[in-house]
Design a protein around this ligand. Structure first.
Ligand code: FE2
Length: 190
């Protein structure tokens, strides 16, 4: 069992406060959420190696913190070289903070029986930078490692236990939406 790194515990306390203050309904929710995530990824000296290990084939999602009441969760997202997600949604608010390397994010619009349509430019997140997702502000995207020769790591927090939430993958060709539950990766040994 891994113990929670102190910066993650402090971040989780801030999330707890934000949720108790009304979550997304509170007027200063997004700036406070963003500030908390910026603080968390301002330093890259706390992520245990067991939560930083890439898989040769699949991007990894290690659970750093899951609220007992499933109100929020914090995940370390580890990209092997050139790995990418399918186009997917989250169904809850999310904040992404770049810790190591860089990632690329493309947003999509979804219409029934049509292929997902890319909207806006590809955004590149560099260490220390953050991004948001949520049904209220745009919830569908594809994310990829910006590098094809090295590992990248971002830290994500969501307004629910993201490993348990029923959400969706949107096939590129407009084929029917696929329900999925992401689960979490097993922390690497050693
Ligand atoms: Fe995502």
């Amino acid at each position: 069992m891994n113990s929670t790194p102190l910066p993650v515990s402090q971040f989780a306390s801030q999330l707890d406060e934000l949720v108790r203050a009304g979550g997304e309904q509170a007027p200063d929710f997004w700036p406070r959420l963003g500030a908390a995530m910026r603080e968390l990824v301002a330093k890259d000296d706390w992520l245990p190696d067991s939560m930083a290990k890439p898989h040769p084939q699949y991007y990894q999602q290690y659970c750093l913190y899951a609220d007992e009441q499933d109100r929020f969760s914090v995940v370390s997202f580890v990209w092997g070289p050139a790995q990418a997600t399918p186009i997917h949604d989250h169904t809850v608010w999310g904040v992404i903070g770049m810790l190591r390397g860089a990632e690329l994010c493309q947003s999509y619009e979804i219409a029934p029986n049509k292929p997902p349509k890319a909207v806006g430019a590809v955004e590149r997140l560099e260490p220390g930078q953050i991004g948001f997702v949520a049904p209220s502000i745009g919830d569908v995207h594809r994310v990829s490692n910006a590098f094809d020769d090295r590992v990248s790591i971002s830290i994500h927090a969501y307004g629910g236990n993201i490993g348990k939430i029923n959400r969706h993958v949107f096939p590129d060709d407009g084929a029917p939406v696929k329900p999925f539950v992401s689960g979490y990766s097993e922390p690497a040994a050693g």
